[in-house]
Design a protein around this ligand. Structure first.
Ligand code: ATP
Ligand code: MG
Length: 340
């Protein structure tokens, strides 16, 4: 049985994907679900959120053991072997990181040139295209994770195609603006194309290939509206218009519904959450290298800020539970509150 992979993806850059994966990974770990946060963006921003500069430098300094996603796929990328196993670093109880690596971008060409080979049933092409998924699965098994949250860069290139083929589920973070809606229009067709191309290729899997392969399900779980990405110097109505259009665009282009229902944003089943703009709490959290909901008064979260910290904890818990429920991932029940 493979460990389910949830991809967080939008080909619009800078909407808040990495911050979302970072906070959700912490929250799932906090509520008792062992999680692997996989940094599959060659920009490695998720790795930089979890680890300080010294720790990253140590990981990126070449030793004899592979330490990053790139070093794990390097032998197969160079044609000298298959994937290499790595011990993913533990960040906290229930939380491990599959470290990212800027050198991962050099795998792009190898992935591109092996995509057609899978259609010809070539075993090495299958190994190359499934390498990232197999490293994630191996790391998750080593760390005991029951779910993998995968952060990706904002493009529709060969690395992301291999990553999305690796995804059982997809969550789409978006901003209420024209670019995000345009992003949805590109995403839906890309998911459908990659899903059917992978299905066609799975049928060509050579009988003697012993490796497991990803299912390529890419099931959309919904979208998360990130309000911080709203330009606050613009009048409210300028983005309200985009907010209102999110449900129909999602149902039409991502879910490919022939006659989509026009839901209001608040009651759209596709809407997993609308997250607040955390304003000055976000830089505070980044400086303290913590999720917003772990900030303490000693970190500078005082007064009304502290109320916002508590509220962010509840918002992320609701979102984490909703995603887990839709993806069929077991999460321990919340402790019953002692008082109402
Ligand atoms: N809820 C939030 N409130 C305030 N600021 C936020 C919030 N979420 C993200 N940000 C800020 O928005 C910026 C972009 O976020 P992030 O790096 O997570 O986006 P991304 O989609 O991963 O970008 P890329 O496409 O480059 O990978 C960061 O400076 C981050 O601190
Ligand atoms: Mg990012």
């Amino acid at each position: 049985m493979s460990v389910p992979v949830v991809a967080f993806f939008n080909n619009k850059g800078g909407v808040g994907k990495t911050s979302l994966v970072y906070h959700l990974a912490w929250k799932l770990a906090d509520i008792g679900t062992p999680v692997l946060a996989a940094d599959l963006d060659p920009q490695a921003n998720l790795t930089a959120a979890f680890l300080d500069g010294d720790a990253i430098e140590e990981i990126w300094t070449r030793g004899s053991e592979p330490r990053t996603i790139f070093e794990a796929i390097e032998p197969i990328s160079q044609g000298t072997g298959d994937i290499a196993a790595l011990e993913p670093p533990e960040i906290a109880e229930n939380l491990t990181l599959l470290p990212g690596d800027l050198r991962l971008s050099s795998f792009e060409d190898e992935l591109s040139s092996n995509w057609p080979g899978t259609l010809d049933g070539k075993p090495r092409s299958f190994r190359v295209v499934s390498a990232l998924w197999r490293v994630m699965q191996d790391s998750a098994r080593r760390s005991g994770a029951t779910v993998i949250l995968m952060d990706l860069g904002p493009n529709l290139g060969a690395i992301n195609r291999a990553c999305l083929v690796s995804a059982d589920f997809v969550v789409i973070p978006l901003a209420p603006d024209l670019f995000s809606l345009q992003g949805l229009r590109n995403l839906g067709p890309a998911f459908r194309r990659w899903r059917s191309e992978w299905k066609e290729r799975l049928a060509k899997k050579p009988a003697d290939l012993r490796d497991d392969l990803p299912s390529g399900a890419m099931k959309p779980l919904g979208y998360v509206v990130l309000q911080h990405a709203v330009r606050l110097d613009r009048p409210v109505r300028a983005y309200q218009k985009w907010m209102d259009r999110i449900p129909i665009e999602y149902h039409q282009h991502v879910l490919d519904e022939a006659s989509p229902v026009t839901y209001p944003l608040a009651s759209d089943p596709g809407n997993l959450a609308s997250l607040k703009h955390y304003r000055s709490l976000m830089p505070l959290a980044q400086e303290a290298r913590k999720p917003v909901f772990h900030l303490k008064p000693a970190d500078g979260a005082i007064g009304a800020h502290f109320d916002a910290v508590r509220e962010s904890g509840r918002d992320f818990e609701n979102l984490a539970r909703r995603i887990a429920e839709r993806a069929g991932i077991a999460v321990p029940e919340p402790l019953t509150a002692l008082s109402p």
